[in-house]
Design a protein around this ligand. Sequence first.
Ligand code: FMN
Length: 168
Amino acid sequence: MPMKAIVYTSNTGFTAQYARILSEKTGLPAMTLEDARNNLPKGTPIVYMGWLFVGSVKDYRRAAKHFTVKAVCGVGLCDTGSLLPELRKSMKLPDAVPVFTFQSGMNHDKLTGIYQHMIQVLVKVLSQKKRTEDEDKMLALIKAGGSHVSESYTEYFMNWYKNENTTV
Ligand SMILES: Cc1cc2nc3c(=O)[nH]c(=O)nc-3n(C[C@H](O)[C@H](O)[C@H](O)COP(=O)(O)O)c2cc1C
């Protein structure tokens, strides 16, 4: 069965932005996980997009409980490339489900509560330790804030999507 919707979870807006881009490119409707749970039947095939949260894609498990997730898009500061095996394991992601990563950024103005606190702690910890190259990059991106949203990050996903739609 072909995919019916782009379903997403966003905290500060970057994932919502990418969901709109994918919606325009695929013609599928984009909706939040809450809206999707209220409006789409259980088992509907979807693309799930969530922001990267401490090495996992936020609310993937909740989405997978309700829907048939055909692909996962993680939106975050870093490319998940080297983290992919751990990410798959921690999320209990089936091998057949592809994962794509879109770089976003850090919106300090919209970050509140526990998430703001967690980032403050992370900056402190990273600033004080001997950092790997990846940690160095992450710290610089967090400190600088702002957006790196770019349509170019959706290219791999779109190639996969077009192929899926012609072979299914
Ligand atoms: C508490 C917290 C933890 C985060 N953990 C990660 C992470 O593990 N990897 C990553 O690349 N980005 C991480 N980020 C960055 C967010 O994924 C990034 O800012 C994302 O764009 C937020 O998406 P949103 O605007 O849709 O909420 C984290 C951000 C917060 C606030």
